[in-house]
Design a binder for this molecule. Structure first.
Ligand code: PBG
Length: 324
């Protein structure tokens, strides 16, 4: 045999020398769920190891992550039902604790990178990402709300704004709204190819944000479609996106790979709550080994082409990477 690929797998040194993909903590983003109050740290039952944090607890969590070298966070608010309305007005209200806590984190830890979520669902009494009228989710009418939300978040110190509603014309509208308010340096990570997936369940439990009626199939993408992601990527790029995101990640590695090959923008991937929950559950049952299976899952997302990986495993992975 002239060709023996096993020669390159002989020793740890040789294997590492020609290893193609490496995980690094700087590429990881840790999602944090926030609630108003004090001293609150409630575990999300469908996503063990993840919590709804009150602002004081969030600051402590951020600090402990920074000690591990993990400095990128994406923040999501859990809003009391009585503060929700059809127009999501609390999303840009000056009393919104989400805006206050991000300002505090940024002041206490200027080295952190904070990514926001721009969508109506956590604040909407309908549980939808847009205005609802006669059962229809309105596209253009929702834009001014998102513009106000994005500017309020930029004012609060977010580094990157994350429009996640998967409707049309978001990136361009938000870019203009932020530029008009002087936030030309605040970036946009667009949820470019976000699918109408069944894997968002634990996230909706955490935020109590499931749609009250119907589903999200008229705005989020059909899981069967691959080429459509290229169209979405083209539009977001023309509208001024700084990052293109694919979501979910593990079940959509082909889409990550396509966007990486066709775009010069950094590609982000969101390893979503349901994808993480199934691995956690299998490990709890003793069917998989967490220390091995979890890093392999995240590595696969990187190998597919993701530059930025948003994962609920970010903190545990940062710990493993630090010790290895
Ligand atoms: C909604 C939003 C969702 C997630 C992030 N932003 C859920 C949805 O579209 O219903 C899901 C993330 C996850 O499951 O981890 N704006």
């Amino acid at each position: 045999m002239l060709r023996r690929p096993r020669r390159n797998r002989q020793s740890a040194g040789i294997r590492q020398m020609q290893q193609e993909t490496r995980l690094h903590v700087s590429n990881l983003v840790y999602p944090l769920f926030l609630v108003d109050g004090k001293g609150i740290r409630t575990e999300v039952s469908s996503l063990p190891g993840n919590y709804r944090h009150s602002p004081d607890e969030a600051l402590r969590t951020v600090e402990s992550c920074l000690e591990l070298g993990l400095s990128n966070f994406i923040l999501f608010p859990s809003i009391e039902e009585k503060l929700k309305d059809k127009e999501a007005t609390f999303s840009y209200h000056q009393d919104n604790f989400y805006l206050k806590v991000s300002r505090k984190i940024k002041e206490a830890f200027p080295e952190s990178t904070l990514i926001s979520d721009v969508a109506m669902d956590p604040y909407s009494s309908d549980g939808h990402d847009g205005l609802v009228s006669n059962g229809q989710i309105l596209n253009d009418e929702t834009l001014p709300i998102l513009g106000k939300m994005a500017v309020a978040q930029a004012q609060a110190g977010f580094d990157i704004i994350g429009p996640s509603d998967m409707m049309d014309g978001r990136v361009g509208y938000i870019r203009e709204a932020m530029d008009d308010s002087g936030f030309t340096n605040v970036g946009i990570m667009s949820y470019t190819a976000k699918y109408a997936s069944a894997f968002y369940g634990p996230f909706r439990d955490a935020l109590d944000s499931a749609p009250k009626d119907g589903d999200k199939k008229t705005y989020q993408m059909n899981p069967a479609n691959r080429r459509e992601a290229l169209l979405e990527a083209e539009l977001d790029t023309l509208e001024g996106a700084d990052y293109l995101m694919v979501k979910p990640a593990l079940h959509y590695l082909d889409v990550i790979s396509d966007l990486k090959a066709s775009s010069d923008l950094p590609i982000a991937a969101y390893h979503v709550s349901g994808e993480c929950a199934m691995l956690i559950a299998a490990c709890e049952k003793g069917w998989l080994d967490y220390q091995q299976a979890m890093p392999e899952a995240v590595l696969s997302i990187k190998r597919a082409g993701a530059d930025v990986i948003i994962t609920y495993f970010a903190r545990d992975l940062a710990e493993i990477l630090k010790n290895s």
